[in-house]
Design a binder for this molecule. Structure first.
Ligand code: SF4
Length: 479
């Protein structure tokens, strides 16, 4: 089967990275056993894509060599049991700014090359929680996006004067974040090559991008040359270097060992990299460090998952940037993690904190701050820069920890490192943003705040002004 082929070590396409901990087999649920050899199977979706591609090839300066056959194969494979929603996903681009947990994000302009699932299947995944409810998660497997949609948007904005809702954003070259509700560099991309095509398109139009991934595929020899050092950067998500626990909590993702090897290779190639310790997990129950009255009956539970030695391991690769984001988890995620670890993680959370939020389990602010300070200190000892990602934790978190940021201009720490990163999502005018927001999901904040330059005085001012915001679900960025 397609995905099994790509997730077994012996059949992974000419990997130069040692496959220490290969991803498990892809889910087989819903895979129809069909023989496509003896009959003609109509492929209307593929036929339509081919016609559109020919038109784009004729009109655009970007001449694609993308092999559309993957769509035909998918359509034929699932002909007898069509995939709900179709074999391709539309609307690859998003501007994520609909609630206070992501409105300040500097890289809220996003793209996914796969939809409706992710082979990494992380137990705590926000996207998994959202899509499982709707019956879409890996059902039967993540589907590729319509690559023509991406080609069309870039062609329209940069080669014509036709109307496009993306024009005001893209003409400013607001950097694009690759990886949101799925990982665009899952190993299936070695076969589908959609993310390879995306990188070629971005390079052609000289468009800045940052890749967020848990996959070592990005350091494969067929991917590294596609990352333009002046346009792109890579952020590896890595919560832990404890691989036995990684195997349980992120069953389909590359092991930490493989991710660190891939990271080192990218660093040596001169590509700007960072590691996202996100979600960061606590080691002890809430209040252990920050509450002077902390008491516990019996043995205090411990969790040796996110531990400070991750900083040393990252530093050993030559990577000099870490971005931390403390975990905030829905009940769905906690249940998944409990099942995977065969233990109860709810004991780590303080009930008073949990009920402050309408739906998520999270730690108290002083306790989170304590962890950030510990990591910042360890980073300093290793000459690694440190920043904090607030996504998923409410707007106030964006302002609170800026004093810890090594790069005061950029919590993702790309500005000043990758020369094409000159703007960010906060340059998108407030009225422009409203076009992408459904009124139902929008939590308004003061529009002026979106455009405030970061600085110590601003931080003080807004710390005073911040009213408790609703906060969003954990991890708007799931990758
Ligand atoms: S957290 Fe990211 S890598 Fe993990 S399953 Fe979700 S989308 Fe995939």
């Amino acid at each position: 089967m397609l995905d099994n082929q790509l997730n077994t070590p012996s059949q992974s396409p000419t990997s130069i990275l040692p496959l220490i901990n290969p991803p498990p087999p892809a889910p087989t649920v819903g895979r129809p056993e069909i023989s496509t050899e003896d009959r003609e199977i109509p492929t209307p979706t593929y036929d339509r894509l081919i016609i559109e591609a020919a038109k784009l090839d004729a009109a655009s300066k970007y001449k694609s060599k993308f092999d559309y056959k993957i769509f035909k194969n998918l359509e034929m494979r699932y002909a007898d049991k069509p995939i709900r929603g179709g074999i391709v996903k539309s609307n690859p681009l998003k501007l994520v700014n609909s609630h206070s947990s992501c409105q300040q994000c500097l890289y809220a302009f996003e793209i996914d090359t796969y939809g409706r699932g992710c082979m990494h299947n992380c137990t705590y995944c926000y996207a998994k929680a959202e899509l499982t409810v709707h019956g879409y998660w890996n059902n039967p497997a993540p589907v590729p996006v319509n690559i023509n949609e991406i080609r069309k948007i870039f062609y329209t904005v940069f080669e014509t004067s036709k109307k496009s809702k993306w024009r005001a954003i893209m003409e400013q070259k607001i950097p694009l974040r690759i990886g949101c509700m799925s990982d665009s560099f899952m190993w299936i991309d070695a076969k589908y090559k959609l993310s390879q095509e995306l990188l070629k398109i971005l390079n052609f139009y000289q468009y800045p991008y940052t890749i967020i991934t848990r996959s070592d595929l990005i350091a494969h020899d067929s991917y590294i040359p596609l990352i333009d050092k002046n346009l792109g950067s890579v952020q590896f998500s890595l919560s832990s270097i404890n691989d036995p626990l990684n195997k349980l909590l992120e069953p389909g993702a590359a092991s930490a060992e493989r991710r660190l090897q891939a990271l080192e290779k990218l660093v040596k190639s001169g590509i700007w990299t960072a590691v996202r310790i996100n979600p960061m997990f606590p080691n002890f129950p809430d209040g252990y460090y920050s509450n002077p009255n902390f008491k516990w009956e019996g043995q205090i539970p411990t969790l040796n998952y996110s531990t400070l030695d991750i900083v040393d391991a990252v530093a050993d690769t030559g990577c000099t940037a870490i971005i931390a984001g403390f975990g905030r988890f829905s009940s769905f995620s906690i249940n998944n993690m409990n099942r995977a670890l065969n233990r109860e993680l709810r004991v780590f959370f303080n009930r008073a904190q949990i009920y402050k939020s309408s739906r998520d389990y999270h730690f108290s602010e002083p306790e989170i701050r304590h962890y950030y300070e510990l990591y910042k200190k360890r980073c300093k000892e290793n000459a690694v820069e440190f920043t904090v990602c607030y996504i998923g934790n409410g707007e106030s978190e964006f302002w609170k920890h800026q004093d810890l940021w090594s790069n005061k201009k950029d919590c993702c720490n790309i500005k000043g490192k990758v020369c094409s990163f000159k703007t960010d999502s906060r340059s998108i005018g407030f009225n422009e943003r409203l076009k992408f927001i459904s009124k139902n999901s929008y939590t308004p904040v003061d529009s002026e705040r979106l455009h405030i330059a970061l600085g110590v005085e601003d931080q003080k001012k807004f710390k005073r002004e911040i009213i408790s915001t609703k906060g969003g679900p954990s991890g708007e960025t799931s990758v």
